[in-house]
Ligand binder design. Structure first.
Ligand SMILES: Cc1cc2nc3c(=O)[nH]c(=O)nc-3n(C[C@H](O)[C@H](O)[C@H](O)COP(=O)(O)OP(=O)(O)OC[C@H]3O[C@@H](n4cnc5c(N)ncnc54)[C@H](O)[C@@H]3O)c2cc1C
Length: 416
């Protein structure tokens, strides 16, 4: 019989909620605190892709030079607001170190192991509960309208082939058979089978409701303010709604985790990276197949009666303003690849802050300095993909049983 514990989770996004679910399943007593409402952060309006196959880290050879080129283009999908912030400079330096062949090839199998384990858990969760989140496992089609873009897409596939991932290269006709409404300017594409998709906000909220029925106490509008410590342990978590005590504390506050960690004199290598999405009513002529507009870096995800376009990676700290120039660039990309869709009525224009680590791997593990703190954050572009397996791994850490996946590359102190 495992030792049942009292566990406090900070953050009600996909990571906090999945963790609450798996801890409750093991019989632990769980309290989750959330500053706003469940799933009001990055987990709400993202592209909803469970990306099993496409495990190429953001930090890859060529990413820096592409990033520098894009910096000069105000409508590009990538930007950094220049500022003399030592944390940002340190992060960029480490990112530069990770943009080499060796670290990238080390990261790919780790990302694949996390994604495959998560897919199994997603299947299990959808078999066990009615989540009504449009979960669908039918792959993703990458579209390219330039020869250089198509060659780059094929290079990515060749790289992934080395790790056992297969995809299908398609010419114009092949693309049109899968997605008849794409523009004639699209030259070809690559189809990957290993992708599922869902309505991320609905998944997280429904799973939170299931977790509640399993005994998890959820306190919304409850903001963590500070900690009290005794020796190497956190003795109290101070919030806007009183103090909480627990045997173990999980830091799962997404991009804000680094601010919270500073209160404990911990430095997490995490930068906020803003992304946008536009959700519209789904037009009838688009298949229920997620698309990627390759050169423009736009994800197109069908979500039941909705269609969502997601794009951009802006490193502008915690500034959540919306740059309409980049939103317009996303709409023009739709015209290039799909035609006509830019006239659709917006239902929601959204932005979210991804918690990015320099090497594109999350931080999952016990804190090096606080005995009862576990860090579960830094999921960058793949928090939805890796949510369930993160929850499971954190539960295994708490239960002190061997984890399903080697946690060494995910150690929170790996950049110390
Ligand atoms: C445009 C875009 C598209 C994306 N597409 C995909 C995709 O297709 N597939 C994929 O896998 N990932 C995708 N992502 C990434 C994914 O959204 C994130 O990795 C994931 O949502 C991170 O989850 P989280 O739980 O760590 O953070 P969040 O969802 O941000 O949750 C953190 C929570 O902590 C709370 N919090 C913060 N501070 C405090 C405090 N002091 N006290 C209490 N609570 C606090 C916040 O309110 C928030 O609710 C995308 C992201 C963006 C922006």
């Amino acid at each position: 019989m495992m030792n049942k514990k009292e566990v406090l989770i900070i953050g009600g996004g996909v990571i906090g909620v999945c963790t609450a679910y798996y801890l409750a399943e093991q019989g632990h007593s769980v309290v989750l605190i959330e500053r706003d409402d469940i799933c009001d952060g990055s987990s709400h309006g993202n592209a909803g892709l469970i990306a099993i196959d496409h495990a190429i880290p953001t930090a890859a050879p060529g990413a820096l030079s592409a990033g520098i080129r894009w910096l000069l283009d105000p409508g590009s999908p990538f930007s950094i607001r220049p500022r003399l912030d030592p944390d940002l400079l340190r992060w960029l330096w480490r990112f530069r170190g990770a943009c080499r062949l060796e670290p990238m090839r080390r990261a790919i199998p780790v990302l694949l192991a996390l994604s495959h384990a998560s897919l199994g858990l997603y299947e299990e969760l959808h078999n066990q509960h009615v989540l009504d989140d449009g979960y669908h496992y039918n792959g993703r089609l990458m579209l390219f309208h330039t020869q250089a873009g198509l060659e780059h897409g094929i290079e990515d596939l060749r790289l992934l082939n080395d790790f056992g991932v297969n995809g299908e290269i398609l010419d114009q006709n092949g693309v049109r058979q899968m997605a008849p409404s794409v523009q004639a300017s699209v030259l070809g594409g690559v189809y990957y089978q290993g992708y599922a998709h869902l309505l991320p906000g609905r998944f997280v909220r429904k799973l939170a409701a299931v977790a509640k029925t399993m005994g998890v106490q959820i306190h919304t509008n409850t903001e963590l303010l500070d900690f009290e410590t005794v020796g190497q342990r956190i003795s109290k978590v101070l919030t806007t709604r009183g103090a909480f005590e627990a045997d173990d504390i999980i830091l799962a506050a997404g991009a804000w985790s680094q601010l919270i960690a500073r209160r404990l004199n911990l430095r997490l290598a995490i930068e906020a990276a803003k992304g946008y999405s536009i959700t519209v009513q789904r037009p009838h002529d688009l298949p229920d197949l997620p698309l990627s507009l390759g050169e423009a870096k736009v994800a197109v995800t069908p979500m039941g009666e909705f269609l969502r376009f997601s794009s951009t990676l802006e490193m502008s700290g915690f500034d959540t303003s919306i740059n309409m120039r980049r939103v317009s660039a996303t709409r023009s990309a739709l015209q290039t690849y799909l035609g006509g869709l830019d006239t659709l009525q917006d239902m929601e224009l959204w932005r979210g802050l991804r918690p990015m680590t320099p090497d594109s791997l999350p931080h999952i593990g016990r804190s090096p300095s606080w005995q009862n703190l576990i860090i579960a954050t830094g999921h960058g572009m793949a928090g939805i993909t890796h949510g369930p397996i993160t929850g499971k791994l954190v539960t295994q850490i708490i239960d002190d049983v061997p984890p399903d996946i080697d946690l060494t590359p995910l150690r929170p102190d790996r950049f110390a």
